[in-house]
Ligand binder design. Sequence first.
Ligand SMILES: [Zn+2]
Length: 130
Amino acid sequence: MQRHELRLAPVMAPVLPVVDLVFKRYAPRTRVEFTAGREWFHHGRWSLHHSGHALDIRTRTLPDHGVGALSARIAKVLQEMLDARLGPKRYRVLYNDQGPTKPHIHIQFNKGARMSEPGDWEAGNRSNLA
Ligand SMILES: [Zn+2]
């Protein structure tokens, strides 16, 4: 899926370069593939996908097929880097939250810890950005 097809909320845009960076470092041979989640595992469970406030990263293509130490490490580093670069707990990374038979990394905008409403971002007002 192409990135522009994900139809992500603007608040998710800064996540993409961080994902690229982490994959480049930990899995340089693996092409990063996103899925919007709509087609995948989250039907009716994660409403954040429906509004574009969450994305899934395909991990089956990683050397550990998304279920080993490398994938777990990538998920952990992603959380740490998102916290460090975009603000603590603004985003939440879930590693294989649907179990090992559906390997993926899910990243969502953390509605519980934000400093502004999504509407602030969509209006182009970034003054609340820490
Ligand atoms: Zn998801």
